[in-house]
Ligand binder design. Structure first.
Ligand SMILES: [Zn+2]
Ligand SMILES: [Zn+2]
Length: 288
């Protein structure tokens, strides 16, 4: 079966509302779209399609989606009546969240450098048949997981059970969270705590993310940028960040936690002393 690589850039993905497309594939298994090309594309129904994101750097590039061509080429679908652009229907059955694309370094053994150099910006490049099996293996290993969309991350409470931290929906979005942690790492941006370092494998997947743009500032056209707008925060720092509205900034959080300490904070000292006395009474077998 013939296969092609479809090149696209980040602007194209944004215009496409890529995040919504990722969500739809995760929920329903497919996302149908029209693919636009300048020249008549050499595709037919059933041609396998690999979506390649070409960014300005290798880190911003990589294999990001998979699907099949669902129609022959046709013209006249452009709203601009003078346009001679070609189109074909494309059914995508797997999309990776932005930031999780399979990078050129990983693809290197399967796709030649010459081939990758051709897939810059909007491009349609035939995939050499010899590369097909290798690409399929990479996609099976690094592509989207088949876990159900309703999955609760290990070690976290269902969102409704957490009433003291008023996270917004961007902080509960698993795709956005993965993209944020893939870029920023999994240590708390405020205190540096790492669940993996403290709890080993059991702590992976526990770090939370905090939305830096106060929800009050968001309008209807807002599109989340999981790398610029989300930051990893441990659950302690996150709870403190949300004690004010708008939330404390990361700088404010760091200043507070470095200035605090069991000895200087008056409020902390009173509470800490009382808790210590209570604990002592319990240990001594006395009554509260
Ligand atoms: Zn923290
Ligand atoms: Zn938050």
């Amino acid at each position: 079966m013939a296969a092609v690589i479809l090149g696209c850039d980040a602007t194209a993905l944004r215009r496409w509302n890529y995040r919504a497309a990722v969500e739809q594939v995760a929920r329903t298994g497919t996302f149908l779209d029209r693919w636009q090309t300048f020249l008549r594309p050499d595709v037919c129904p059933g041609t396998e399609a690999w979506l390649f994101l070409s960014g300005s750097t290798d880190a911003a590039s990589g294999l990001i989606g998979h699907g099949f061509v669902a129609s022959g080429p046709f013209q006249g679908a452009d709203p601009d009546p003078g346009s001679t652009d070609w189109f074909f229907a494309l059914t995508l059955d797997g999309l990776l969240p932005p930031g999780e694309q399979i990078r050129p370094g990983t693809l290197g053994g399967t796709l030649s450098g010459d081939l990758l150099a051709k897939v810059t910006g909007p491009a349609l490049v035939p995939l050499p048949p010899s590369s097909g099996p290798g690409l399929r293996r990479l996609w099976d290993a690094h592509g989207p997981s088949t876990a159900g969309p309703g999955e609760v991350l290990g070690g976290t409470f269902p969102p409704d059970a957490v009433s003291t931290v008023h996270v917004n929906r961007y902080e509960r979005d698993p795709d956005a969270r993965r993209a944020c942690l893939a870029f920023h790492g999994t240590s708390c941006a405020s205190c540096g705590f790492s669940f993996e370092a403290a709890y080993g494998g059991a702590g992976s997947g526990v770090m939370g993310v905090h939305h830096l743009t106060p929800p009050a500032l968001l309008d209807d056209s807002y599109q989340l940028d999981p790398i610029a707008d989300l930051i990893p925060l441990c659950h302690n720092c996150h709870a403190v960040a949300h004690t004010t509205s708008p939330p404390l900034t990361i700088t404010e959080l760091r200043r507070i936690s470095s200035a605090a300490g069991h000895l200087n904070g008056e409020v902390v000292q009173d509470l800490a002393l009382r808790a210590q006395e209570d604990a002592q009474r319990i240990l001594d077998g006395g009554q509260m």
